[in-house]
Ligand binder design. Structure first.
Ligand SMILES: [Zn+2]
Length: 427
């Protein structure tokens, strides 16, 4: 089902005109109302006649550092009485980033989440178990509002209390599940441990995101829960979940809702646009955000543009799944690798390896990265063989440690994939 057929299947020339008009509005709005943008945009815009898409690339990027420098509300473009909600991003490595929404912003956000739910396979009248965290994090309330807009019944389960959540899933039999991919597995695992069979819960669709995951992980989740799972992408700085979504027809890349978000994919070092198919950093400009317009925001997420028409009929272009964040990249003895690449190779090696894993930096004469992964059987699999295969595929030298199922701590929301156990002076 396509939620907004007119907009989501609009021909690309018309879509470009919509983008042009909305971008012109955004740039004017931002420079008039946000001091940070005033000078940077004034320097570029001389008249209103020029095509704003053509000169957007001349405006400097906006970074997370800029947002932190304007903490808490320096980027807000409306007086506080016009705001209807505040969210904040988790403050890993510094102050959190505050984001604000007007009533229109909240309506736009609910609309893109409704589109996302439809793309995932939801239908009005379905029930959605929403295990994204409610609170300042945008996942819980973001999915919630979009689901209500679509006419779903929402179970606001939020994060944690996993056994209770399994009980709810068994008793209410919702069609849909929304959470992080790692939490979907946690629910399946807990269901099995409690003596049930998660395959019989009656789930039809799962809308999973907020952490990088792989195709191999999708297969594990779809098997464990007998469900169709799609990837949802978003970030609070731009709006929250619903910036992009996979469609259940293709399950091959995420459609970016280009009438609301203008995308560029750039080389993280030079800032220049990369060609379709090349991995680069996703840069987004909001096209209809009132409370906090963002111009050329560097997301830190590495994706590539998939520039082929999609079987579902949507004309909005697709990006690949997020491979990782520029700041999540691990450097192991000079070799760059993302946790998601290790996940992809590892899960394809053996079905006995569980998608529960962690990468730990440990003390040693050289920087030492240990992959700890849960395995069904301790005989049979040789850790040294796994390490060799990872080295062949990714050139990365890791030590591998197999753990009994259930050993690693399950996070209630985003999985913690990398830990540092080195003594402080070596970090
Ligand atoms: Zn599609």
């Amino acid at each position: 089902m396509i939620w907004d057929r007119a907009m989501e299947t609009m021909d690309r020339q018309r879509l470009r005109r919509v983008q042009e008009m909305r971008l012109r509005w955004t740039l004017n709005w931002a420079r008039e109302r946000v001091p940070f943008y005033q000078e940077r945009i004034d320097r570029i815009i001389s008249s209103d006649d020029r095509d704003p898409i053509a000169y957007l690339k001349d405006i400097p990027f906006t970074t997370k550092k800029d947002l932190r420098a304007q903490y808490p509300t320096g980027f807000f473009a409306v007086p506080r009485h016009e705001l209807r909600r505040i969210h904040a991003s988790s403050g890993t490595g510094g102050k959190p980033t505050m984001v604000g929404y007007t009533a229109r912003d909240l309506a736009m956000w609910a609309e893109v989440v409704a589109r996302s739910l439809a793309a995932a396979g939801a239908r009005p009248g379905d029930m959605l178990h929403n295990a994204y965290g409610y609170g300042l994090f945008t996942g819980g309330l973001g999915l919630h509002a979009g689901a209500e807009r679509m006419g779903l019944t929402v179970i606001p389960a939020s994060g944690g209390g996993t056994e209770r959540q399994v009980e709810l899933l068994c008793d209410l039999r919702p069609e849909g599940l929304a959470c992080t991919p790692s939490y979907a597995l946690n629910l399946a695992e807990t269901g099995l441990r409690l003596g049930g069979d998660p395959k019989t819960w009656g789930l039809k669709f799962a809308i999973l995101g907020a952490e990088p995951w792989t195709e191999a992980m999708r297969q594990r989740i779809e098997n464990a829960l007998n469900v169709s799972a799609v990837d949802i992408y978003g970030l609070s700085e731009i709006t929250g979940p619903g910036v992009a979504i996979e469609c259940d027809q293709a399950k091959d890349g995420l459609h970016v809702f280009e009438d609301f978000f203008y995308m560029e994919i750039v080389d993280p070092k030079t800032g220049d646009a990369v060609s379709p198919g090349t991995l680069g950093e996703l840069v987004l400009t909001t096209l209809a955000k009132e409370a906090m317009p963002m111009v050329r925001y560097r997301t830190g997420d590495l994706v590539s543009l998939l520039d082929d028409p999609c079987a579902c009929g949507r004309t909005h272009r697709k990006i690949s799944r997020v491979v990782g964040r520029t700041d999540d990249m691990l450097v192991v003895r000079g070799v760059n690798v993302f946790p998601s690449e290790i996940e992809r190779v590892m899960l394809n090696l053996s079905t006995e390896l569980e998608p529960n894993y962690q990468l730990a930096w440990e003390d040693g004469p050289m920087p030492r990265l240990v992959l700890e992964v849960e395995s069904q059987t301790s005989n049979g699999l040789d850790p040294a063989w796994i390490a060799r295969r990872l080295k062949e595929a990714l050139r990365v030298s890791l030590e591998v440690r197999l753990l009994p199922p259930g050993t690693l701590v399950r996070a209630p929301g985003k999985a913690i994939r990398v830990v540092d156990r080195r003594s402080t002076e070596r970090k």
